[in-house]
Design a protein. Sequence first.
Length: 441
Amino acid sequence: MLRKTADWRQLAERAADVLKKNDLGGWTRPAPGLYPHQWLWDSCFIAIGLSHVNPRRAIKELETLMRGQWKNGMLPHIIFSEDKSYHAGKNFWRAGRTKQISGVHTTGITQPPMLAEAVFRVGKQLNRSWRRQFYRQFLPSIIKYHLWLYRERDPYDQGLVALIHPWESGMDNTPPWVEALWSHRFANGMRVAKQLGVHTLHERFRKDTKSVPATERTSTADLLLYYELVRRLRGLKYDSGKILKNGFAIYDLAFNAILARANDLLADIATEAGASLPAELLQASSKTHAALETLWSRRRQYYLSRNFSTLRLIDQLSVASLLPIYAGKLTPERVEKIVALLNDSQLFAADWPIPSVPLNSSYFKPLNYWQGPSWVNINWLIIDGLRRAGKTSLADRLKNRTLEMVDRAGFFEYFSPVNGRGAGSSPFSWTAALVIDMIRS
Ligand code: 9WN
């Protein structure tokens, strides 16, 4: 039985309280303890939720996010607060040395391009003239960001952008990234350290596992590899050209699916603002939907990420393979293939949807971060895509089950797809924000 929206009123109120609790004055931390800074895609999801309860505060969330935009257009994945408790803080990144930022400290990499969606959705809650003004305010920042993505991360003009660190994907230890990272030559030294067990020495220095059980987080060996990668990026002063020439990169499926949708939303924002988009951006972005098709595996019959250097598809099914449904504009055949994956009880049809890796994967652990648990932001993206593809009853079912999961377990970072138990940090802001949006829209 689907519950009616009215039944969820209390849950929406509790969710609004979570956002208040995590509000640090103009921006919202993802969660107490583990995440004391402002994250890029978190703040976008948070603004979407806030737009229903306090549109001015939602706008503020996005304005504070723009403090971090680099002169070259990049939106960094974290804007640091003064809090020193995070495991990879500003002194580790040393991004200030690039002279790209002023006034704030940030990392030197980005995160999924949810900004256009956030601006579009917040605008929907404003009256017409306010919306026009708000769209005009944000249009230049989104354009600059998308131009940066194509100029710096699409060197061969493919319509797909390449990511240089798993943290850019937002799905840190997801199997496609783990596989690609460990098979790259830069991991040689770390591979030996792992075989010798030397990496375990770092275990007691880990800050993140002080607030969340180690079994629910990235493994120590993977984490050390991420740090090593940051050191390399830092050595090249986060210069995408140099990094892509010699280093490690992936055409990440989920990121590019989100970008394809973001371009369409940017066009809608520009139309409503009465503005036009630069020809360079239109030219680059016009290829992205079609380019997603180059990530389709004929052998596997699903989409996959592609290794930037070897050009091989990374043969690891994960929830990213469902995200082209969010990009939209798929053929009916592709939509049916994605729906089939979602309905397959060996793969993604879990009791508590949607597992981040298939239930039958050798990686699957119900509480381990991006290697099993269900995440509310991913559910939200897939539900939105299904609805636009006309798959309304499946979208409704997933939405109700997601709300039920949060209602029972609480506002956790992620949830066991097997028994719905909450894990990771709590109370987690995007879980709360997107619960509000699912209830109110
Ligand atoms: C690294 C804040 C972020 C999310 C990511 C999630 C996790 C960070 C970490 O937390 O990543 O960026 O320290 O593990 O994977 O999606 O934005 O909530």
